[in-house]
Design a protein around this ligand. Structure first.
Ligand SMILES: Nc1ncnc2c1ncn2[C@@H]1O[C@H](COP(=O)(O)OP(=O)(O)OP(=O)(O)O)[C@@H](O)[C@H]1O
Length: 779
């Protein structure tokens, strides 16, 4: 079939399909009923509610059909089941569309099992057989054709056969991918349903109750794949998973904004998208406040790192470690072991509920409950116990009232003998090791951790107020068989704390873990699935904590160790996470092809990171673009030169980033751009929106984002020194660029730049002319 004939054939089909969709839409609109008038009675109200539900469903369908009119499908697979001579034409789109009369599919949802062949079938080595796992088992057949179809705003734009049975099929699939990759993007991440690659498809369709851990190089589609996986899970397990019970943890609020359009495009709404810090603070009911992270970020990422930070790194690593988890578990066991006051309860003289019985309730009857819930249940039972006694007694009404009053007073006194604890107070007692009550479990906390932790808080600023039990009142509540009051361990409470204590983000996992251990997780707090993006910056304790909220162990955990710029809190090896899951409940995937950037950019970036421990080079797809440009600029002209470079880039690109080494530098460059009449968005740590256009941002915030063109400024020997953190930062900055990468430096270039740009190695490359000289692999 000629290209033209194929185009005509698809034009005809598109016409037919849009006609059928429009007819469905018309029918839906005709069914819209006028709103009822007047005051409805009860039966009418029920009818109205039912009608509203139907109307909402119809509105959803109408919305889906309306969207489908713009781009009903993107692919066609001619599949002959078994040995059928005539194949069926399967059109694959973002949403499945059925013929309302016959029930036949007009368009097949990309997530349907049969559609998986569109992604996994390559037709290599003359292989024309393919299969998929249907609900009724494995189905096999023959593929006659695989076709990519581009439709925009309802108009057919491109038809490419990436496989035709019996013909030579070399590289056409790649050609279509390249066509999609070379497109300019707007300022948000997009769906990739038309070009999902086989290795990505495997991850997207991985089983539900697995921890899927992905190590993927920069630009390998990790974030995109995770979002598609959510859409897949919701489709495939519609009866068992709900969007509002799924959560995506993103590295910062702006990233949440950046990825916010993919799921709606895939027809999925209602999934929570947040940062770990935000979520944990909300979970703790804002019992604690977060110290302003900006000052710390500035210290971590300072051009000349503070040597004292090494100690801080060590402590923060400990705060995210499984070793701390053991301490926390032990502390809860300890607290639980002495939670029941060693006194009987006597509601009135002569009546006693022995301490031994109460202990039995706590340690035997309710042993499966977390300790604070147990405490509440036991106290409620104590109350019920004396109320039953009163109810069953043959006393006068007045007498009963008097007893009830007395019992209530004694009950309050008794209840106050039960130790109270807040997760924060317990955490603080464990990590400081110098509080009036220090649990035995604290012995396992290294002294250097405690010393550092104390120095952070300042000696007087501890939030762990420790109070003695209200002994006087309690004494009145103890009965004849009074045991020695348990004074050895006073209760912990943050009650009365005038100000909420200040903590660092790295403390949140430990504090919330204690909360969970003490209080438990309610079933309505649990998740059906958890996605963790940039997971290399998560700690094992954060994962352990999230496991408590995700009982099915359904996780997608993705990241890139080469981009672990927050190494003080993250991991060095995925094994640290993998070992937290049983072997049969986890899978590990590696993605090493980078789809984002051109070959030139990837090869350049690979050389920068080559020396960092554990670095995995990215493999580019064969997409060639502009050479990477490395330009020396005179120090006093650097702002003007940056503005000139941005102006040049604007001629060809939509989203452009000026990436600086520090926040202070960002301010300077943003000012310079403004002075040159270039409106730019200065992105800072607290920002929640990514606007597109020209952005100026510090390199530590660039992770996860992408831009058509990137200008990295001040890439000199003092801003990016020869150390792993600088190498990772420079690598992250460079790999943000899709189509063009431009670097400027004053003085001497960073030693991290590929050898070709060093004056020593290639003197002719140095001292380039006014506009700089392109560096290409051939130059
Ligand atoms: N199969 C694909 N088809 C088309 N585009 C793709 C494909 N896979 C990834 N991309 C594109 O590559 C770019 C990088 O994707 P994404 O941001 O998900 O990668 P990442 O691995 O999370 O990157 P990083 O670690 O650098 O943040 C995006 O523009 C995405 O649309």
């Amino acid at each position: 079939m000629t290209v033209d004939a194929a185009f005509q054939e698809e034009l005809q089909h598109l016409h037919e399909v849009t006609g059928r969709i429009s007819a469905q839409l018309d029918r839906l609109r005709q069914k819209e009923q006028p709103a009822a008038s007047g005051d409805p009675d009860e039966a009418e109200t029920a009818d109205i509610v039912a009608a509203q539900v139907v109307a909402a469903t119809r509105a959803q369908l109408a919305d889906a059909l309306q969207r489908a009119l713009q781009e009903p499908y993107f692919g066609r697979l001619d599949f002959a089941e078994g040995d059928q001579p005539i194949p069926e034409r399967l059109y694959i789109g973002k949403r499945g569309i059925l013929d309302p009369d016959s029930g036949d599919p007009i368009v097949i949802d990309w997530r349907a099992p049969v559609a998986s062949m569109f992604y996994t079938f390559s037709g290599q080595q003359g292989q024309d057989r393919a299969g998929y796992m249907s609900p009724d088992g494995w189905v096999e057949g023959r593929i006659d054709r695989k076709r990519n179809i581009v439709i925009r705003q309802g108009k057919l734009q491109r038809v490419v056969d990436s496989y035709v049975r019996g013909e030579e099929n070399l590289g056409v699939a790649d050609e279509f991918l390249l066509y999609r990759l070379s497109e300019h993007r707007d300022h948000r991440l997009r769906d990739i349903v038309a070009t999902i690659q086989a290795e990505q498809d495997r991850i997207i369709r991985a089983d539900r109750n697995l921890a899927v851990v992905i190590q993927g190089v920069a630009g390998s589609g990790k974030t995109t794949v995770a979002l598609h996986r959510l859409a897949y899970l919701l489709y495939q397990y519609a009866d068992r998973m709900r969007p509002e019970r799924m959560i995506i943890f993103a590295p910062n609020a702006m990233f949440v904004d950046y990825i916010s359009e993919v799921l709606p495009e895939l027809g999925v709404g209602g999934i929570q998208q947040t940062t770990f810090t935000r979520w944990a603070l909300a979970k703790l009911g804002h019992q604690v406040r977060l110290r302003d992270p900006r000052e710390r970020l500035a210290r971590w990422f300072a051009v000349q790192p503070d040597p004292a930070l090494a100690e801080a790194y060590r402590v923060l690593k400990y705060k995210g470690s499984p070793a701390l988890r053991e301490v926390l578990d032990q502390a809860v066991v300890e607290w639980t072991a002495s939670a029941v006051p060693d006194v009987d309860f006597s509601p009135w003289a002569g009546e006693v509920l022995p301490a031994a019985t109460i202990r039995e309730w706590f340690y035997a009857d309710y042993r499966h409950e977390p300790p604070l819930r147990r405490r509440d249940r036991v106290l409620a039972r104590v109350k019920r116990w004396y109320e039953t006694r009163i109810a069953e007694a043959e006393w006068s009404r007045e007498e009963k009232a008097a007893r009830r009053q007395q019992a209530a007073n004694r009950y309050h006194a008794y209840a106050s003998r039960w130790p109270d604890v807040t997760p924060w107070a317990l955490y603080e007692a464990l990590l400081r090791k110098d509080s009036a009550w220090t649990p035995n479990a604290a012995a396992a906390v290294p002294d250097w951790v405690a010393a550092y932790h104390r120095s952070l808080r300042g000696q007087g600023a501890s939030g762990s107020r420790i109070r003695r039990a209200a002994d006087t009142e309690a004494a009145a509540a103890t009965g004849a068989n009074q045991h020695k009051a348990d004074r050895s361990r006073p209760a912990l409470s943050a009650a009365g704390e005038a100000r909420r204590p200040l903590v660092d983000a790295e403390d949140l996992a430990g504090i919330l873990y204690l909360d969970v251990r003490l209080r438990g997780v309610r079933s309505d707090e649990t998740f059906d699935h958890v996605v963790i993006d940039e997971a290399q910056d998560f700690s094992p304790l954060q994962i352990i904590l999230l496991q408590q909220f995700c009982p099915q162990g359904s996780f997608t955990i993705l990241g890139d160790l080469s981009q672990s710029i927050h190494s003080y809190q993250g991991i060095d090896d995925w094994e640290e996470f993998l070992r937290l899951f049983p072997a049969e409940r986890r899978t590990f995937h590696k993605l090493d092809v980078s789809y984002r950037s051109t070959m030139e950019i990837i090869e350049f970036a690979n050389q920068i990171a080559a020396g960092t421990p554990g670095f995995v080079p990215a493999r580019p797809v064969f997409r060639s673009g502009e050479p990477v440009r490395v330009e020396p600029v005179a120090a006093e002209e650097r702002y003007e030169r940056a503005a000139a470079a941005v102006a040049r880039l604007q001629a060809e690109h939509t989203t452009i980033a000026v990436i600086c080494r520090s926040d202070a530098a960002c301010d300077e460059y943003a000012r310079a751009l403004a002075a040159s009449g270039i409106p730019a968005h200065r992105i800072g740590a607290g920002d929640e929106h990514y606007e597109g256009g020209v952005s100026v941002l510090p390199v530590y915030l660039a992770k996860g984002l992408e831009f058509d063109a990137v200008l990295m400024v001040d890439v000199d020997e003092s801003s990016y020194t020869a150390d792993p953190l600088s190498a990772k930062l420079l690598f992250v900055g460079c790999t943000r660029a899709l189509h063009q990468l431009w670097l400027q430096y004053s003085g001497r270039p960073s030693p991290l730049l590929p050898a070709g740009v060093h004056p020593q190695a290639h003197p002719h490359m140095y001292g380039v002319g006014e506009t700089g000289r392109p560096l290409s692999r051939t130059s």
